[in-house]
Ligand binder design. Structure first.
Ligand code: MLT
Length: 264
């Protein structure tokens, strides 16, 4: 991976291919490697930038709390550092989607389109937010492994877990090796993320929304409602997949993404 200086951070990123830019934004508590099934397929026609967000993977950063707005500003800073001033296609999963909404609010003139996988527009319920704050404290005292173990069954469809696919163990490894401070900071940031529901009709960008059939974190029915509220969006269910649809069903996801990008 390469590294770019963004403010006081060193952000690690993969930069592959050439053409219009596709910026891949990973979920929590993961890193760029969750896009392993997309990077080569997209890089055949596009310039793919896949960063590790602040604190995650090989990027620096150590905060008490990282807001979704801060992550969005970091991504704009990364594009500046790479001299990318044309509009980009932002493709994001889950927490990446929460960041994408804020990128649209803060840096919307830099976007050509949105590709949102397995994410939500609503904020946390008060109980959900409390749960995240409690989990942040637990991670700081007990380490990342218990979080990795408890999240794993929620990330994948039953058939992915049963098949013991390599990407399941790889994902567990990434989560377990994410620093507790990074996990706690992102949990605190997600707990106070704004509700975007009322903004959806104002997001006029072309948007592709994808959701795994068995996603229990961002359910498909909820995502269909999000898509219906956006003026220029299409929604597809990824059958046989859970929350990590791009990892679980890369061929179907790539086909839909390439078809969508080809129309832009
Ligand atoms: C993610 O996959 O990024 C997280 O599960 C999102 C969340 O916890 O809301």
């Amino acid at each position: 991976m390469q590294k770019a200086k963004v403010g006081d951070l060193e952000l690690a990123y993969l930069d592959r291919g050439s053409g219009p830019v596709v910026l891949l934004v990973h979920g929590f508590p993961l890193d760029h490697s969750m896009w392993a099934g997309q990077i080569d397929a997209l890089a055949a026609r596009y310039r793919v930038i896949a960063p590790d967000l602040r604190g995650f993977g090989q990027s620096s950063g150590q905060d008490q709390k990282t807001t979704m707005q801060q992550f969005a500003d970091d991504l704009a800073g990364l594009l500046d550092a790479l001299g990318i001033h044309e509009t980009v296609h932002l493709c994001a999963l889950s927490m990446g989607g929460y960041i994408a909404w804020q990128f649209w609010k803060l840096h919307g003139n830099r976007l050509a389109s949105l590709i949102l996988c397995d994410t939500r527009a609503a904020s946390d319920t008060p109980e959900g937010a409390q749960g995240r704050l409690a989990l942040a404290d637990t991670v700081l005292s007990d380490g990342s492994l218990p979080v990795a173990d408890s999240m794993l069954p929620k990330l994948f469809a039953p058939q992915s877990l049963e098949s013991e696919a390599l990407y399941v163990t790889a994902t567990q490894g990434v989560m377990a090796s994410t620093r507790p401070t990074t996990i706690a900071a992102a949990l605190r940031g997600m707990a106070e993320r704004p509700d975007m529901t009322a903004e959806l009709p104002n997001i006029g960008l072309p948007a592709l929304l994808l959701c795994g059939e068995h996603d229990v974190i961002s359910p498909a029915d909820e995502m269909r409602t999000v898509a219906a509220a956006m003026p220029d969006s299409v929604f597809h269910i990824i059958y046989g997949a859970g929350h990590m649809a791009p990892l679980e069903r890369p061929e179907r996801v790539n086909h839909l993404i390439l078809e969508f990008l080809g129309r832009q």
